[in-house]
Unconditional design. Structure first.
Length: 546
């Protein structure tokens, strides 16, 4: 049967014309492109019908964002699809079927479409979502209504470990029962919290108060002691029970002041623990006062940022140790951000002229209260530029592009210290202006990818290059490239380093960290030392994350 044409908008509802890259004219009919493939069940490999498969144009003029328009089809009874009349350009997938998710959350990466090109044999795997049910009770065994139950995953990034919500959550009913009916497969912790209970404290004998804290299955407040859930695709787990814990908790009160010592009227505040942002009850007031309740004993970081329309934000961070008592009269002195004087330099033995418009530098931060900077740094014709950074805290620098072909970022210098690949605490200050030093001698790596049967990998496969150092420190950037229809791939302008190369049908790298453990990554990858200016061939076998 002929697939039904489906035209989508950002909300998958409005009929639109075929997408086309911004600032370009429509290509003649003879130059239009097409993409065809199949959507299969991740376990049975059987085709899945009635899947919405669409492609959306990536607009490079806006830094790689996707445009609103898209064009697509529904898969037929065998899971097959064919999308026609596509303009040449770069596209991203939009794939949806109720009750299913993409295998490991990502569709295969699609290479740029050239004029009159047809990409065939794209294979997309989907897996049925799982169902979890159970109940939340208090210390007396009574049901807790209105509790939030959510799946949490551990995330390694920025040299620290955090807990992040996966999006699978539900609220308990008046019988304390919950049902999470769209749970993605994977390995997770199950946590329960009750915001209403956080406003209620219970006096303890001998002084102090207790309160209900975030509790992990089977009934512990320490995530390191929690029970892991292995959720298989399409599985159903029932009878899960979390007994909310009531423990001694403490309160922190203080005031946020600006640089002149005046109270800050509008600001946001957060508190980070060793496993990420603590989801606590906090209040801020127009007189600059703040109050955070429900803190268990431990070490935290207190973060604050002003919110003022038309003005640059001020921020502050301070360490906080909660012992066996409340902390009052804290003062957070907010300050303006910092402007870093920077210079981009190309060190080369030839006379090539750098094109600094091809380079962008972005300060990156793990600060959950906002971005490290509102703008990217763009070097001028002489290489000089400035970075305005909101928060005087830990940052690292994301650099995209090269000033000339065959060059790479070799160092980020502050005085004699090389900051490349490190997280820098701006609160400690920098020794002189930053110098972003590019050098000639970038390397090339190419090769072929085979599937498990020894055949050339199909379109939709990607090769990922992860710096070996990145796999250990847990933050930074990996690189990926699409595999061509003949199974070949190529990386150009790779900085010399030791890399872990692997082929996959997913884009598993994250801009904020490595989602798989270093041990799993090294087991599936091929380790290669890439030499300066060299060209190396690396043959790969399609692998899956363990």
């Amino acid at each position: 049967m002929t697939p039904l044409l489906l035209r989508l908008t950002l909300h998958s509802a409005l009929l639109l014309s075929s997408p086309q890259p911004a600032g370009t004219q429509a290509a003649p009919e003879a130059e239009k492109c097409s993409v065809e493939g199949v959507v299969v069940h991740a376990l049975t490999q059987a085709g899945i019908d009635k899947v919405q498969v669409a492609l959306r144009v990536v607009d490079e003029s806006t830094g790689g964002s996707s445009r609103a328009s898209a064009v697509g089809v529904y898969t037929d009874s065998n899971g097959k699809f064919r999308i026609e009349n596509l303009e040449p350009g770069q596209y991203r997938w939009l794939i949806n079927k109720p009750g299913y998710s993409l295998s490991r959350g990502q569709a295969p990466k699609l290479p740029p479409l050239n004029r009159a090109q047809t990409i065939r044999s794209v294979r997309i795997e989907m897996q049925p979502l799982a169902t979890l049910s159970g109940r939340v009770i208090d210390e007396n065994g009574d049901p807790v209504s209105g509790a939030t139950v959510e799946l949490m995953a551990k995330f390694n990034g920025f040299n620290r470990q955090s807990l992040i919500s996966t999006g699978g959550s539900a609220s308990t009913d008046d019988r304390g029962e919950f049902l999470i009916h769209r749970a993605a497969p994977g390995r997770f912790l199950l946590a329960a919290s009750h915001m209403e209970s956080r406003n209620v404290v219970y006096p303890l004998r001998g002084g102090g108060v207790s309160g209900y804290v975030t509790t992990f299955l089977p009934g512990v407040s320490d995530p390191d002691q929690a029970q892991w859930l292995d959720i298989a695709p399409g599985s159903e787990q029932t009878g899960l029970e979390i007994q909310l814990r009531r423990e001694p908790v403490f309160r922190v009160r203080g005031v946020a002041l600006d640089e002149s010592g005046a109270p800050v009227p509008r600001f946001v505040i957060g508190i980070r623990s060793g496993v990420g942002m603590a989801p606590l009850q906090n209040r801020t007031f127009m007189n600059g006062r703040f109050e955070i309740e429900g803190l268990r004993p431990g070490s935290y970081s207190l973060l604050a940022r002003s919110v003022t329309m038309g003005a640059s934000p001020q921020s502050a961070r301070a360490p906080l140790v909660v012992g066996r008592g409340d902390a009052d009269n804290l003062q957070l002195r907010l300050s303006s951000g910092i402007r870093l004087a920077c210079m981009a330099v190309l060190e080369s033995t030839d006379d090539r002229a750098p094109d600094w418009q091809r380079v962008a530098i972005t300060p990156m931060s793990s600060d959950p209260l906002g971005p490290a900077s509102d703008d990217k740094g763009k070097p001028g014709a002489d290489g000089a530029f400035a970075l305005d950074i909101v928060d005087r805290g830990p940052v690292w620098f994301k650099v995209t592009g090269q000033p000339a072909q065959g060059t790479y970022l070799a160092e980020i210098r502050a005085g004699t210290e090389n900051l490349l690949g490190t997280e820098v605490d701006l609160a400690a200050g920098l020794n002189g202006p930053l110098r972003f030093i590019f050098k000639a001698g970038a390397a090339q790596v190419n090769g072929h990818v085979e599937d498990a049967g020894g055949r050339p990998a199909t379109a939709g496969t990607s090769v990922v290059a992860v710096p070996a150092e990145l796999s250990r420190r847990g933050f930074g950037e990996s690189r990926s490239t699409a595999v061509r229809t003949d199974g070949s791939y190529e990386f150009a302008d790779l900085p010399p380093a030791e890399y872990l190369f692997y082929a996959t049908t997913d884009e598993e790298q994250s801009p904020l960290g490595v989602l798989q453990t270093p041990e799993d990554l090294e087991r599936r990858a091929t380790k290669v030392r890439v030499q300066p200016g060299g060209s190396q061939s690396v043959q790969l076998r399609l692998s899956e994350a363990r």
